[in-house]
Design a protein around this ligand. Structure first.
Ligand code: NZQ
Ligand code: ZN
Length: 392
């Protein structure tokens, strides 16, 4: 068991109609001017943006807005947001949307609160000394960005997709109304469930110790998302299933399921970020496409965890050797992905990378982590390439 720090400063306001409290929550922050930041328009079409503005108006909160955050949010919009906030004297960012709007909002917050190029933080050149306070109205259960210390941004110049983890960026509050996720296309719901599970699996498949309580929470969370993802494929308007998934999404990535371990593996995420950066695929789908190959590549180095996962999460019977049980668990997970219509290969993402592109992705992935990633098995560039080739 490792020592750990657990820091979750985000106030969660959860349930039906909670977006009407946004004015009050922002007013409590004592800010002068708010940037409402959102994506490509789902919040306009659903009427949510109007409801948010109405609530801000009720509390006489001054605001401006900037939409346009796309999946795999771009650095150019972050620069635009920073300039706008400086010009307008913005001192609070309210992200309304999914992980992309939130991450883009966090990046704007870092840019305004620090001198110099905000990309420096994402390419690990230096550390931020602060961030504008962030608030969230969540519309997609997936990334956990509403409580996490992460922000992931893509630089168009070289299609580098890089994450920055820093506690200054943890949102002050997150409004989570599961009903807001009912307008999602099924594909995004499935991508979200995949991402949620992966945030906990990344922490679960480790050789770096753990605590029984953490493992038990992780397994319960994974079983809950497995069951409710299947319900949502048939009943997208099922409130309880939406709520289970939404809360699981926050707990999966706010640090809770990593307490006591070595920080987790996160190789699947690193491998996906290169696919997302180069081919602009949905993050959750990219994870599903790579995971089975990663798991088969590493499971012998982390056999007790893979066996435990098979038995306690996937419901595999305890028959045969540990290896056989572990492999059945991996197969069962891939069957689950198929059931929720997620890809299990890179080609099933609808892309056809050449071998040179796979090499480029492996090279960039290795460069981003000093050629050492993982805990279940430590991967180097040649391992990353082997996994990409297996996953093709
Ligand atoms: O842009 P709009 O029009 O809002 O449409 C979005 C987008 O097309 C749509 N959408 C969102 N809520 C909706 C909705 N459509 C209908 N009804 C709603 N209620 O869904 C699409 C995807 O949205 P996006 O925000 O991109 O998805 P997600 O939340 O999965 O975020 C993905 C990004 O987050 C990063 C990913 O790499 C990716 O860039 N991640 C961030 C993390 C973090 N900050 O902690 C951790 C993750 O591992 C991940 O890397
Ligand atoms: Zn993720």
């Amino acid at each position: 068991m490792y020592n750990f720090e657990y820091f979750t400063p985000t106030k969660v306001v959860f349930g039906r109609g909670t977006e009407s409290k946004v004015g009050q929550l922002v007013a409590e922050q004592n800010c002068k001017k708010v940037l409402i930041h959102y994506g490509k328009g789902s919040v306009i079409r659903s009427g949510l943006l109007d409801r948010v503005k109405k609530s801000l108006d009720e509390y006489q909160v001054d605001y401006i807005e900037l939409g346009g955050a796309v999946p795999n949010p771009r650095l150019s919009l972050v620069y635009e947001g920073i300039e706008l906030c400086r010009k307008e004297g913005v001192d609070f960012v309210l992200a309304v949307g999914g992980g992309s709007a939130i991450d883009s909002g966090k990046a704007i917050g870092y840019g305004v609160a620090n001198e110099g190029d905000v990309w420096d933080f994402y390419c690990k050149k230096r550390q931020a000394k602060g961030c504008l306070p962030i608030g969230v109205v969540l519309t997609l259960s997936a990334t956990g960005s509403e409580m996490s210390n992460s922000s992931v941004i893509t630089r168009e110049e070289d299609w580098n997709k890089r994450g920055y983890n820093c506690d200054y960026g943890r949102p002050k509050f997150a409004i989570m109304n599961p009903e807001l996720t009912m307008t999602l296309p099924d594909y995004q719901t499935a991508c979200g469930c995949t991402d949620i599970m992966m945030h906990t699996m990344e922490r679960y498949f480790t050789n770096g110790g753990n605590m029984e309580i953490t493992d038990s929470i992780a397994e319960a969370l994974l079983r809950t998302v497995l069951a409710n993802a299947k319900i949502l494929m048939k009943e997208p308007d099922n409130y309880d299933a939406r709520a289970e998934v939404m809360w699981a999404g926050s707990l999966a990535h706010n640090g809770l399921t990593g307490c006591g371990n070595d920080g987790g593996d996160f190789a699947s995420h690193a491998l996906e970020h290169e696919i997302g950066g180069m081919f602009d695929v949905a993050h959750g789908a990219g994870l599903a496409a790579i995971w089975g190959s990663w798991a088969r590549y590493v499971y012998q180095d982390c056999l007790p965890r893979f066996k435990r996962y098979a038995l306690n999460v996937m419901g595999v019977k305890e028959e045969g050797t540990d290896e056989e049980i572990a492999l059945k668990g991996i197969e069962a997970m891939e069957d689950f992905y198929r059931e929720i219509r997620m890809p299990v290969t890179i080609r099933e993402l609808g892309i056809e990378p050449t071998d040179d592109q796979l090499k480029e992705m492996a090279h960039k992935c290795a460069a981003a982590c000093n050629n050492k990633k993982g805990s279940a098995k430590i991967l180097k560039e040649e391992d990353m390439l082997a996994i990409y080739r297996m996953a093709l």
